[in-house]
Design a protein around this ligand. Structure first.
Ligand SMILES: Nc1ncnc2c1ncn2[C@@H]1O[C@H](COP(=O)(O)OP(=O)(O)OP(=O)(O)O)[C@@H](O)[C@H]1O
Length: 347
């Protein structure tokens, strides 16, 4: 296991992106680990470091990203996803509770008549839905470009209303955060969509050739393409205590996606297909975090106290032992075997 600074991790990811730039529009970094191991912390630091470097480059070079106008070369990301029949759309609008425990359910799509975007729905219904839009991305405010973005698994927590429709709703609520309480179907579907975008081949503007020299950031700036659709991903709204759509947007400016979540390497149900989906793109790095149970317990208990989920630190520890620890042990015992998973430390 190696201890890494955000700078060191950013160097690794940018080197990887540089190696893949001829073939992959986007690369993915999968960050897994038990609750409290620091997945969010590391992912945020990594993205911050990469985005700061890119924006510093833009400022110092006085250049602007060039977005190629090739929207007529539309990429149909949702091709192959079955459509909802017209009569089922009513069910979708009314909650879509019937499939909530159906791990084999294949997500379906419909077209939003308001804006023509495609909405992909799994067992969690609309709260966990994904939206795909074929429009050019907006220039970011203050020209603060985010070439690296976090895509957390959190937005695939089933809503509390969906947990109410489990065979044993009391247990479902008590064990919220365990694998069956996620819309793993749509989480996997999102991974398939994202993986497809990783395999888009970047194209240079007509006046440039691959022989042109330039830094990695020069090349990234030259190869943004508005034909790459925007993907809107649900997030978890801590105030609502439920998932909420459109919290994250992976758009044409995003060249690095950092997927972070507890179950991304879990060798069960839909989860087990996530890693192979990305592996096929040849554009993925996998980092695994681990820490001793005592440290995890202290960090998570403290967070439960700070977020109001526990009234005292002791209650936070109790909550960790009754829930988070069980999930931590599950991912340890049922982790996919792969030889390219790199263990990193967040002490
Ligand atoms: N190196 C560190 N030293 C001390 N505290 C840390 C460190 N890294 C993270 N933490 C703290 O530990 C807690 C858990 O971190 P974080 O949310 O990043 O973990 P996580 O793996 O994303 O957890 P979860 O899966 O439960 O969301 C947070 O309160 C965070 O501030």
């Amino acid at each position: 296991m190696t201890f890494e600074t955000a700078e060191g991790l950013a160097d690794q990811v940018l080197k990887f992106l540089s190696d893949k730039l001829e073939t992959n529009y986007r690369v993915a970094v999968i960050v897994v680990g038990p609750p409290g191991s620091g997945k969010s912390t590391i992912s945020e630091k990594l993205c911050h470091e990469i985005n700061s470097r890119y924006n510093k480059y833009l400022k110092e070079s006085g250049s602007r990203p060039h977005l190629q106008e090739n929207l007529n070369e539309r990429i149909d990301l949702c091709e192959g996803i079955p459509k909802f029949e017209e009569k089922s759309l009513h069910d979708v609008q009314n909650g879509f509770f019937n499939h909530v425990q159906d791990q084999d359910f294949q997500p379906k799509k419909f077209v939003d008549k308001n804006d023509g975007s495609e909405v992909v729905v799994g067992i969690g219904g609309l709260p966990n839905s994904i939206r795909v839009e074929n429009v050019a991305p907006l220039e970011p405010s203050n020209h603060d470009y985010k070439i690296a973005k976090i895509v957390p698994m959190d937005g695939f927590h089933l809503s509390r209303r969906h947990l109410d429709h489990f065979d044993d709703p009391v247990e479902a609520h008590r064990r919220r955060g365990s694998p069956p309480t996620f819309d793993s179907n749509n989480c996997l579907q999102l991974c398939k969509l994202l993986a497809k975008t990783c395999t888009i081949k970047p194209t240079l503007p007509v006046n440039k050739t691959t022989a042109d020299t330039g830094t990695l950031f020069d090349k990234i700036s030259d190869t943004f393409s508005e034909s790459v659709p925007s993907i809107y991903v649900p997030g978890f709204d801590h105030a609502l205590k439920d998932p909420s759509t459109g919290q994250h947007c992976v758009d044409a400016f995003t060249r690095i996606i950092v997927l972070e979540g507890l179950y991304l390497l879990l060798d069960e149900d839909n989860w087990r297909d996530i890693y192979p989906t990305f592996k096929d793109t040849h554009a993925v790095i996998v980092w695994k975090l681990d820490l001793g149970v005592d440290v995890l317990e202290q960090r998570v208990a403290k967070r439960h106290l700070q977020s109001g989920l526990a009234a005292t630190l002791e209650a936070g520890v109790e909550r960790f032992r009754m829930n988070d620890l069980i999930n931590a042990l599950r991912i340890k015992e049922h982790c996919l075997a792969a030889d390219d998973i790199v263990s990193i430390s967040n002490k």
